[in-house]
Design a protein around this ligand. Structure first.
Ligand code: HEC
Length: 193
């Protein structure tokens, strides 16, 4: 059995913020605050997926968990954050229609995708301000473990494929390769707090 690895490399991200040139002190503070909230969601989803993947390497239990509980967990985590703070996931190719990107997400995602193809995309947060809200975007890359549910369709376990087809008839989030940009986690932090 292959070892299932799912690391978000967020500690690397946290370390590179301080090193990023050109960003103002304020931007760095916002980026670090965003990464703090992003890590909470990332870790919670990751640990749940890993736990189930260990029990069932086909990925079916994990896929069932994601489809049933990712939204609920995201809501519960957001409910515990200070007022106005919100984290969510989005991508260019989405599986869950509720994770659809808005215009500002699309701008960031398209730029990241371009940089990813050129090989210049850095694992560091991007901060933009939208209508008085600071948004911190952290890129998520496809790792080996992600392929069980986001890789080439013919390599996905038939039972997982069946579940995905049933729950997500318009699923776009397949056909990825290791190292591809899968999407982002976004933290939204009101600019005036
Ligand atoms: C066991 C199956 C499974 C694995 C493994 C998995 N995902 Fe997913 N993923 C899903 C399902 C199901 C959804 C849709 C439900 C949800 O999370 O909202 C999803 C949604 C997402 C989304 C939200 C955007 C969208 O398309 O709706 C992102 C981002 C994402 N996955 C990234 C990853 C990354 C990165 C990995 C590996 C580190 C990974 N996933 C591993 C099943 C999986």
């Amino acid at each position: 059995m292959k070892k299932f690895t799912l690391t978000l490399s967020l500690s690397v991200i946290a370390a590179t913020i301080t090193a990023s040139a050109g960003a103002s002190a304020d931007q760095k503070t916002i980026a670090m605050e965003g990464v703090h909230y992003i890590k909470i969601l990332g870790k919670e989803l990751k640990s749940n997926v890993m736990k189930r993947m260990k029990d069932d390497p086909s990925g079916l239990q994990s896929a069932y968990f994601c489809s049933k509980s990712a939204e609920r967990i995201t809501k519960e985590i957001n409910a515990k954050f200070p007022e106005g703070i919100h984290v969510r996931r989005t991508a260019l190719k989405i599986r869950n229609p509720k994770n659809k990107p808005d215009a500002s997400d699309l701008k960031v995602l398209k730029k990241m995708e371009e940089e990813s193809k050129e090989g210049t995309l850095k694992k560091k947060p991007v901060v933009v301000q939208v209508d008085g809200v600071n948004r911190v975007y952290v890129p998520l890359f496809v790792e080996k473990g992600c392929l069980k549910c986001h890789g080439a369709v013919d390599r996905i376990d038939p039972k997982v494929r069946e579940l995905l087809a049933e729950k997500y008839p318009h699923d776009q989030a397949v056909g990825f390769k290791e190292g591809d940009l899968r999407g982002v986690i976004v933290a939204e932090i009101p600019a005036e707090k």
